[in-house]
Design a protein around this ligand. Sequence first.
Ligand code: ADP
Ligand code: MG
Length: 276
Amino acid sequence: MMAKMNIVESPVLAAPQGVSIEFRNIEHVYEGAKSKAPTLSDINFTAKPGEFVALLGPSGCGKSTLLTIAAGLVRPSRGEVLIDGVKVDKPVTELGFVFQEATLLEWRSAIRNILLQAEARQLDKAEALKRAKALMIQTGIAGFEDAYPNQLSGGMRQRVSICRALLHNPPMLFMDEPFGALDAMTREQMMLDTQQIWMEGRKTVLFVTHDIPEALMLADRIVVLGARPGRILKIHEVKCPRPRQIEDLARPELQAIQQDVRELLRASGAFSRTEQ
Ligand code: ADP
Ligand code: MG
């Protein structure tokens, strides 16, 4: 039994099956971009239903662009994305999106920030409230319903945004460097909690990060991306039983992946530009 997380056995949180997300020959060039190299090139992979896929690569390699393409917010220059076999040609609604910044409305309480999702989608109010409360328990922020964002720590704010992303019970969740702005200890706890949430829901997750341990802790597969053009260098499968603990990172097979990913990124020039 996991400690920290409150496991909620609530039908309110029953999750739909995840969906498959297929990237087929994606290439993308931003109009008017200075560099002639495409932002993304030759992106081919499929996230299986319920799979946790990490997209790992240096800053600027096109990770966020790839998520916005998958979400139907940016149309790729070439290729297509298929969700459960259906081509994405408009913004995808059956999706939860978590960004690096919690993007909460400061004048709304935590629970009313979560309920924004229900208002935008015109969901049944009573049902949405029930679900919001259950999600707050599941993510460990019960009791903070009426707190305002400026009364919450960074980790708690991010938990609120995760609840908001899950309120409508989407079959897939995109997370774009969701722990990037958090301190190391909070990040560790968020990793463990995200793992728990995923284990309970089995949504298809695309998780963008440039942190190798984060990808190893969470992902079934790690898609390693290189920059200029943003392309897939390798796809690693992480074979380590769940729930994973931080100590699992010391396992030889995970150490080997870490080593390999570092070398791949170094060879692709990821470390040649100084990143603060
Ligand atoms: P990452 O998320 O991996 O850091 P991004 O997808 O944000 O990378 O960006 C990839 C590249 O595309 C960068 O060089 C960035 O400057 C460029 N880019 C991102 N968004 C736009 C845009 N809207 N217009 C033009 N260029 C963009
Ligand atoms: Mg990004």
